[in-house]
Design a protein around this ligand. Sequence first.
Ligand code: RNT
Ligand code: ZN
Length: 431
Amino acid sequence: MGTNIERAYLLARERYAELGVDTEAALQALAAIPLSLHCWQGDDVGGFETSADGSLGGGLAVTGSYPGKARSPEELRADLDQALALIPGRHRLNLHACYAELHGRKVERTDYGIEHFQGWVDWCKARGLALDFNPTYFAHPLAADGFTLSHRDAGVRRYWIEHGITCRRIAAEAARQLGSTAVTNFWIPDGSKDLPADRKAPRERLAASLDEIFAEPIDPALNLDAVESKLFGIGSESYVVGSHEFYLGYAVARQKLVCLDAGHFHPTESLADKISSVLQFVPGLLLHVSRGVRWDSDHVVLLDDPTRAVMEEVVRGGFLPRTHIGLDFFDASINRVAAWVIGSRSTLKALLLALLEPAAKLRECETAGDLTTRLALLEELKSLPFGAVWDEHCRRQNVPVGAAWLEDVRRYERDVLSARVSGGTPGRSFV
Ligand code: RNT
Ligand code: ZN
């Protein structure tokens, strides 16, 4: 007769089937969707460069001092292993250039090469993971005045252009080794705290810098470039060079991927609504799944309405093949491994809910003008036994069902994280 989980699933399967929804197809589809798990949740966006002085800059802010922060690539990889063991499915690692392994040497970001990331690539290879990449345009003396690729000084621009060029090559080589296309995402902090007199020149310089970075043709089977806009940041409240209009225009003109970060728009705007517009004109989409609380705060992603709406749009529009789903949050106030697990599992739940929609029925109603049934169905769907399907997914993917994963994190905290005394304030853990 099977376990409770299996029995509950079989009943749920029947309920969904009554609406014409094939839960088996949904589970199969979900198992094939990779999330790009961001390395930076594990160490508060610190990275491992020798020159790092602990200041993040770029308007990025991580709050909290939960003990157990990863202090080395080895620790971060161990933490990622623990998180990945609790997230159903096969995923990708999203790595920032500041996670280079320099072994105590001082290496300029312009001189980074695959050798500085080989440890990461080998780690991915051993686990069947693929890799995505990000040049790092913050936490650096040459980014300290808030401008990088749009800087008025040609020398500073040159430095960051070279960094971008080398990052694309690193991503392509990693992709070659791992046999899977990398997405390289460009986000820069450039902007100003107060009202600029000239909004035009920095944007002209940014467009020119990006053109130089992307001048080298790279096989799209190895690397795809994405550009990420932002509405405002700490220190760039009045003006952001890489605004949404800037990058949308740039991506359309140059056929790049647009990266939509859930925290990078006015809180009353719907990220979900942008997807079917943007994908009319750009080849692909990178999502930065995040949760802004009142501002771009990068809280851990939850199964909330905005996240659900984004995944509904991606599924309804048939956009999954052109959408890369990256996570972008960082919370240092709770167990960092748990943060990864909560955010990833919530994102996957949102995807599953979207895959379990009776899409054909809903569209039929709409086409027939039966808006009453459309609304009624959407509301009734909320109380279908979705949890039983999610539990079955976890069971089939050999990860803990329900809150059982928390036990593993607790054990890991007790055995591993609590020994990292310098990583935070002891005594605030949840063990
Ligand atoms: C910053 C952007 C960017 C960063 C990462 C670390 O506002 O969201 O994606 O969060 O590159
Ligand atoms: Zn982002």
